[in-house]
Design a protein around this ligand. Structure first.
Ligand code: FAD
Length: 398
């Protein structure tokens, strides 16, 4: 009889975890409190439009799990070979990421999530079942070798209990799996909000085809665009249809106190990002700035990541939420899956040993990347414009 596993959270990391475990012949059930995000009626309710940068860390992890799956889900990525710095006077300055054309890649979060869910269907319901509309509320851990009992609140308003050999929590920053785990193990845990909020904006496709960019792009699609203004910044990543998803980052005090009226926002955007407003359309930008949700950014660290006896483990943002400035949250979550699968293989499926080894081996790397992510905000919003940085960049190129 194959062992059963409940994977909590059908986001990016949960889907990849479910694929990887199904390939190792576990009987997987993937739960999410959302409704199916591929269903047109639920799209707006469930997902923000953010596009993400996927780097070699994420790509190699996807490929480790399944090369063919990686090929299919990464089909639409747009390589970005460098940053494009937009100075206040309108000048654009390309800063390439590597000497040999190394790039990170723009990918639509929703599309990636949908494609990974499609891949789960392709594996077949005898190996993986996906249950939407199931919100984990409680886990009662049994003794090692006993079942773990998960309680879900369902759409119908009835609680359902699901018994499983082990649980993998991929339920994001506000993880209930982690919360329940903290009742079972003496977990160090820290959560820190940074003084920065983010607001999503949008650059529509250009009306004209641009031969240089081979599409209706109003900016070079092969760059990550940054308008660094020290205390705040704007960034933009290309989408396949010629549009760009843009994100404003700035301190809460600025957004909540100083930028409260349409007139103030209009003045602020035109003064600081004049070239971006030209292609965004100032009226649309002001409307989006005022009405779009204002997201908080936080770092989460914990140790250990698992319950002894191989009964449960947390991966992705549930274990290490990080600020987005290093573009590594999802990439690192994908890498969690690779590291865990390698350990399960190395210990010949002995979960107790593999999960303990995961916590031991992974903690230092995760602590380091959370720190690097925090540090990169200063680099993106400020250092990229400093003389010392530019000189260093020049020397690097020689
Ligand atoms: P999530 O995506 O949060 O998924 C968790 C899932 O669990 C959700 O589907 C949720 O519905 C479900 N869930 C939650 N609670 C329960 C429950 N009780 N029961 C059942 N289901 C539950 N990362 C990068 O690598 N590159 C980038 O460029 C990048 N840019 C970013 C930009 C911004 C503005 C932000 C905010 C983040 C960015 N990230 C980036 C980080 C990335 O978005 C996250 O690291 C990634 O989404 C984490 O995936 P996850 O599957 O662990 O968690």
């Amino acid at each position: 009889m194959p062992e059963t596993v409940a994977v909590i959270g059908a986001g990016l990391v949960g889907c990849l975890t479910a694929i990887a475990l199904a390939k190792r012949d576990y009987k997987v059930t993937l739960f999410d409190y959302r409704l199916d995000p591929r269903d047109q009626k639920t799209i707006d309710r469930n997902l923000r439009s953010i596009n993400l940068a996927i780097s070699s860390r994420g790509i190699s992890s996807l490929e480790f799990v399944d090369k063919e799956v990686a090929g299919r889900v990464l089909k639409g990525i747009i390589p970005m070979k460098g940053r494009m710095i937009h100075h206040l006077n309108g000048a654009q300055e390309s800063q390439t990421y590597g000497l040999f054309g190394e790039s990170i890649n723009s990918i639509d979060r929703a599309v990636l999530n949908h494609l990974l869910l499609d891949e789960l269907e392709r594996i077949g319901s005898d190996k993986v079942q996906v249950k939407f509309g199931h919100k984990l509320s409680k886990i009662k851990y049994g003794k090692p070798d006993e079942f773990q009992s998960c309680v879900f609140a369902t759409e119908e308003g009835v609680d359902q209990v699901y018994a499983t050999n082990f649980v993998v929590g991929c339920d994001g920053s506000y993880s209930t799996t982690r919360d329940q785990m903290q009742r079972e193990v003496r977990m160090h845990f820290s959560q820190e909000y940074i003084d920065c909020c983010y607001i999503e904006l949008y650059i529509p496709p250009s009306k004209n085809y641009d031969a240089r960019y081979k599409g209706n792009f109003s900016l070079a699609p092969d760059h990550l665009h940054i308008w660094p203004r020290h205390q705040y910044m704007l960034i933009a990543l290309a989408n396949a249809d010629g549009s760009f998803t843009s994100t404003f980052f700035g301190p809460w005090g600025l957004v909540e106190s100083l930028l409260k009226s349409e007139a103030r926002v209009r003045e602020f955007l035109i003064k600081n990002f004049p070239d971006a407003m030209e292609i965004m359309g100032i009226n649309q930008a002001v409307k989006s700035f005022m009405s779009h949700p204002k997201g908080a950014l936080m770092c989460i660290e914990c140790d250990p990541y698992n319950v002894s006896g191989g009964r449960g483990i947390i991966l992705g943002d549930a274990a290490h939420s990080m600020v987005p400035f290093y573009g590594q949250g999802m990439n690192c979550g994908f890498e969690d899956v690779k590291v865990l699968m390698k350990l399960l293989d190395a210990y010949d499926g002995d979960r107790a040993k593999a999960f303990d080894a995961y916590t031991r081996e992974r903690h230092q790397d995760l602590t380091a990347i959370v720190k690097l992510a925090k540090r990169n905000y200063k680099e993106m919003s400020h250092d990229v414009t400093s003389k010392v940085f530019l000189l260093r960049k020049k020397l690097d190129h020689w």
